[in-house]
Design a protein around this ligand. Structure first.
Ligand code: FES
Length: 273
């Protein structure tokens, strides 16, 4: 059993939990994820690690309360326990000692971006970040990013914070202003990552993305998380979750992501959550 030592509501849809998980905290690296089960017969929820503290033995997760299992998770409070918390899983992000990197985080995607940017900064890399969301309320981890970034920019759909529009509008502006980046790391909704790649690919700016498909076992056995990258089938849970954005078949990922939407809504209604 894994104790929730801190729980914080970030906005109306997103929550943060700090969980006592010393073995995971000791080994995890940016880019990796955990799979948790709220209770014994619960569904497995894959969540990217948003932060970790090796000394305290804790791992931070940030999740959007969207489906049946995250709603169940959301009912847990500080001091409660999570049944299973398995990790670290997946490959750590290959962070290179570039001169300058641009991170782009959309919505809750800013959470897995954070440890990558933090590590790059500790390696002496100059980092700029664009954080996007539907409105100001959905911009997360602003203070945390401000502490480690050289420059931070915002984009909101309704213009309540930063540029009115999309993260790609800010990206285009930065590139037009002559900013040069050795790499872009984009994490957020598939449609956002696809749009970022449509800007960076013609300019040949290497772009890493993080995929979060449906996962079941998280060990490469079930095939649930298969994605097509460079024409080859890959399993996001063992080969990823980070991939070269130039090679990902985003359209296929988007089709697969919506497969179980109806069933999930149905179960939520049945259980009244
Ligand atoms: Fe089963 Fe990746 S979750 S193969």
């Amino acid at each position: 059993m894994y104790k929730i030592v801190k729980k914080k509501t970030i906005n109306s849809q997103v929550e943060l939990m700090v969980v006592e998980a010393p073995f995971t905290a000791r080994k995890c690296e940016p880019g990796q994820f955990i799979i948790l089960r709220v209770n014994e017969d619960g569904e497995r929820i894959p969540l990217t690690i948003a932060d970790y503290d090796r000394e305290a033995g804790t791992v931070t997760i940030i999740y959007q309360v969207v489906g049946y299992s995250t709603k169940l998770l959301s009912k847990k409070q500080e001091g409660d326990y999570i049944n299973d918390f398995v990790g670290p899983l997946g490959q750590a992000t290959e962070l290179k000692k570039h001169k300058r990197v641009l991170g782009i985080g959309g919505g809750v995607g800013a959470a897995p971006l954070y440890p990558q940017i933090k590590k790059l900064k500790s390696m002496g890399v100059s980092v700029d970040v664009i954080i996007g969301g539907r409105s100001e309320e959905y911009i997360i981890l602003e203070d945390e990013f401000k502490e480690i970034c050289d420059n931070i920019y915002f984009a909101t759909n309704d213009g309540t914070k930063g540029t009115k529009g999309f993260v790609t509008d800010v990206l285009n502006d930065l590139l037009e202003q002559g900013n040069k980046y050795d790499e872009v790391i984009a994490i957020g909704p598939l449609i956002m990552m696809k749009a970022v790649v449509s800007v960076t690919k013609p300019l040949n700016i290497p772009t890493g993305v993080s995929l979060n498909p449906i996962m079941i076992d998280g060990t490469g056995m079930c095939g649930g998380c298969r994605v097509t990258v460079g024409g080859e089938t890959k399993f996001a849970c063992v080969d990823g979750p980070d991939f070269d954005g130039f090679l990902v078949d985003f359209d296929e990922c988007m089709r697969r992501q919506s497969y179980y939407k109806e069933e999930e809504d149905h179960v939520c209604k049945l259980d009244g959550i």
